[in-house]
Design a protein. Structure first.
Length: 356
């Protein structure tokens, strides 16, 4: 929809109409008492909307159609997934099913012994999926970048340890693909490819990862709006891969002074996004809070908000971890969280069912 300025001339209106026609689209003009609005009829992808928005006499353009048709409930009601939450099956684990799933493990894979010991601990705590970073996105170029950045075969070794620990403790595994060049290698070892917050907007990476056909754990950028998040998830779906697990991990805090958390966990987005898309959404309280003393309450809040699961970083000795030590919890603490979250899930699911 093209909204003209109140003082737009006939010539300017005609010019917009002509430009719309050049894209092979139809223009429908509505003349109001104060201004004219021109509707674009047809496949809007054929038009350069930004260019139309810059024509003389144009005030603004507005999209009426959703930019995330493939993953929206609205457009998929007839074909099935629109009504329910899509269930993504990874091995025996169902994400988006009746029960929340818990993804846990170290922030970064550091050694074979470390990943096996943590895998055993989180499995006993009730986790379903094992995580562990090999190629770490870091805020400083001077920080350790994970085993993936070390010379020799350490990336392959770290991926192998993660795979073997997952197999040993019967958990599918997930790790982050930080760049396109890592996709082929990582896809050989893991069940789920994680696209990190910083890469939410990386179209080429989204496409390349999607083409592997494996489920994608897709994290919201800390500065992205919810609609933008879904619009970019559409790049994955456009490759024919609708096995997308959305993840809310906190957005940039606002205001002056200390915010006391690393990011602001946007919990309202969980039930709101579930109304828009049939894709499951999970919550990552670890990266949102950035501190271990808040993980329990933020986990409970995530499940109460209706998340399909949680991703929580854990370590048997948090203070010795090379990355994100301040937010890691022990497997024992994870167990307590899962126990309480299961009770919350029972209570809130009953409430949600009663409402519908
Ligand atoms: C992670 O999950 O390892 C991670 C780095 O998270 P984020 O991309 O949300 O910062
Ligand atoms: Mn981390």
């Amino acid at each position: 929809m093209i909204i003209m300025n109140t003082d737009a001339t006939e010539e300017q209106i005609n010019r917009v109409v002509e430009e719309i026609k050049k894209y092979g689209l139809r223009a429908e003009i509505s003349r109001g008492a104060f201004r004219t609005i021109i509707g674009l009829i047809g496949d809007e992808r054929k038009a350069d909307i930004e260019r139309l928005g810059g024509l003389p006499g144009v005030k603004e353009t507005r999209m009426i159609e959703t930019p995330y048709k493939l993953i929206s409930r609205e457009y998929n009601k007839a074909s099935g997934p629109g009504e329910e939450c899509a269930v993504i099956k990874v091995g025996d684990v169902e994400i988006g099913g009746d029960e929340p799933i818990y993804i846990s493990g170290p922030c970064a894979v550091e050694s074979r012994e470390q990943v096996f010991r943590i895998a055993e601990g989180v499995k006993m705590a009730g986790a379903h999926i094992l995580r562990g970073g090999v190629f770490k996105p870091r805020s400083s170029a001077h920080s350790w970048q994970g085993l993936g950045a070390e010379s020799g075969d350490l990336a392959i070794e770290a991926l192998t340890w993660l795979r073997e620990a997952g197999d040993r403790y019967e958990m599918p595994v997930v790790t982050e693909v930080r760049g396109e060049s890592q996709v082929d290698l990582i896809a050989e070892y893991v069940d789920i490819l994680q696209i990190g917050s910083r890469n939410m907007y990386n179209q080429d990476l989204l496409v390349k990862a999607a083409q592997k056909g494996k489920p994608i754990l897709y994290k919201r950028h800390f500065g992205a709006g919810a609609e933008e998040f879904l619009s970019f998830a559409e790049y994955i779906a456009s490759e024919g891969n609708k096995n997308i697990i959305l993840c809310e991990r906190g957005i940039v805090p606002v205001g002056k002074g200390k915010s006391f958390t690393r990011y602001t966990l946007d919990l309202g987005v969980v039930p709101a996004i579930q109304k828009e898309t049939y894709l499951p959404i999970i919550v990552d309280p670890s990266h949102a809070a950035g501190r271990r003393d808040l993980i329990f309450s933020m986990s409970c809040a995530g499940i109460a908000a209706g998340a399909c699961g949680l991703m929580i970083e854990a370590h048997y000795n948090p203070s010795e971890a090379l990355v994100d030590a301040s937010q890691l919890i022990t497997p024992e603490e994870l167990k307590e969280i899962i126990t309480v979250c299961q009770q919350i899930h029972k209570a809130t699911r009953a409430r949600a069912n009663a409402r519908t």
